[in-house]
Ligand binder design. Structure first.
Ligand code: AMP
Ligand code: MG
Length: 407
């Protein structure tokens, strides 16, 4: 059997890019909040100027800056009170030289005003006079029309993974509907005689289906959808039926477990049936996650992930994010530089994903590796992220700088 013709991680990722070059996802239009976690399918520019009027950033008095030059604690500039601007309304007056108009934070500056004196540096002397104790320069405490976002300025490009910050910016210029790629649909099949649904009573020897939940959660974060899900015993026919069904209902078929060479591990055989010659990854030189199989059926990715949850999830993240990026869906990873707390030996010839927790110290972060026996869920649950030791690296030294991929 040609099982476990282990290849390097780079080679595996390159094969993935070659086999799944294009995004075949349709485009749909959704309202702004529904766009959360989805991938933008159009380039967007600001629909209007933000703000659409010269806007004060403080409570105070709109003035001509030149009228305040030389003002000080002992010798204030005395300006003529010329009314006030109401929040949310157009400033109807035109400010003349020597005048001050009261404006609230976010209020519009009247025509003729170029700056705002903070109320803290002013005093209402009498009904007609405002004393200014500190000079302002032109533009001070003002966001000019279009200064924040200029109409027609490019703001977001196709493929952007939309999160709160983007959605807020789109709201600012009145873009209430956006074109996004439809969610990628996933089928998740957990295999193993010992696996039970998480709400079932547990007999000795059984374990709960962690992988479906862990994978589904990553998928949700990536704006995808689980359209088929099953827990299947180590039974050839049952697994075949589930895989066929899952493939029909999804864009990507994921199985976990049953990918090592155990007697009853059918995933590989079934992947060959499903994918024919197109099983192009049969083991990857990574730790954890070596027993990973990937093929293509009906043009769709089919992944046989390892059974151990943290391995399944890490491998899925790394492989699937590569496919999504190849498809122009720009997942953003957060990387945090940190100092490694201990010497870390590498697994020669293998790319190692080492879970770490992050601790803050005075000048940055310390990455503390979390160790345990293979398959322990707390390794994942208590980690803040992982670091990658490349296959060619001899190991990492204590205090060396590393990049932590946040989870
Ligand atoms: P296997 O690849 O089937 O030999 O599985 C490797 C290990 O992962 C075994 O200890 C399984 O019990 C465990 N495992 C497999 N699938 C799951 C799952 N869905 N949830 C939790 N653990 C699993
Ligand atoms: Mg199994």
């Amino acid at each position: 059997m040609d099982f476990f013709q282990v290849i390097s991680l780079e080679e595996a990722l390159q094969r993935l890019r070659n086999h799944f070059p294009d995004n075949r996802l349709e485009i749909e239009e959704v309202s702004l909040l529904q766009a959360q976690n989805r991938f933008l399918a159009e380039d967007l520019s600001a629909a209007e100027n933000v703000p659409d009027f010269n806007r004060s950033t403080v409570d105070g008095y709109a003035v001509k800056a030149a009228d305040t030059f030389g003002a000080g604690e002992s010798l204030p500039s005395l300006l003529m009170a010329a009314g006030s601007v109401r929040m949310g309304q157009k400033a109807e007056m035109t400010l003349q030289k020597g005048q001050a108009v009261a404006v609230p934070t976010g209020g519009m500056l009247p025509e003729g005003a170029d700056s705002v004196v903070m109320v803290e540096y002013s005093e209402q002397f009498d009904a007609d006079t405002i004393a200014v104790y500190k000079p302002v320069s032109p533009g001070e405490n003002v966001i000019a029309r279009g200064d924040d976002l200029r109409q027609d300025e490019a703001i977001l490009s196709r493929g952007t993974w939309l999160t709160a910050k983007h959605i807020a910016m789109l709201a600012a210029c009145g873009i209430g509907r956006v074109k996004v790629y439809r969610p990628v649909k996933f089928a998740i099949i957990s295999t193993g005689d010992e696996i039970i649904e998480i709400d079932q009573p547990q007999n000795i020897g059984q374990i709960r289906d962690i992988n479906s939940y862990g994978l589904a959660s990553i998928i949700a974060q990536w704006g995808g959808e689980v359209t088929y899900r099953a827990i299947v015993k180590d039974d050839y026919e049952a697994l075949k039926q589930a895989m066929t069904e899952g493939l029909a209902q999804a864009d990507v078929l994921l199985t976990s477990g049953g990918s090592s060479v155990g007697e009853r591990d059918y995933t590989y055989r079934l992947m060959q049936e499903l994918c024919g010659e197109d099983v192009f990854v049969k083991g990857i030189a990574i730790k954890p996650g070596k027993p990973t199989i990937v093929g293509r059926a009906d043009g769709k990715p089919v992944m046989g992930l390892p059974g151990h949850p943290s391995a399944a999830m890490t491998v899925f993240r790394v492989l699937m994010s590569t496919i999504l990026k190849q498809w122009g869906l720009n997942l953003q990873e957060t990387l945090v530089p940190a100092r490694l707390s201990i010497n870390l030996p590498s697994a020669p010839g293998k790319t190692t994903f080492q879970m770490v927790s992050l601790q803050q110290e005075q000048n940055g972060f310390v990455a503390v590796p979390i160790f345990g026996k293979s398959g322990m869920i707390h390794l994942l649950g208590h980690s803040d992220g992982y670091i990658v030791l490349e296959a060619h690296q001899e190991g990492l030294e204590q205090n060396q700088q590393v990049l932590v991929h946040l989870l």
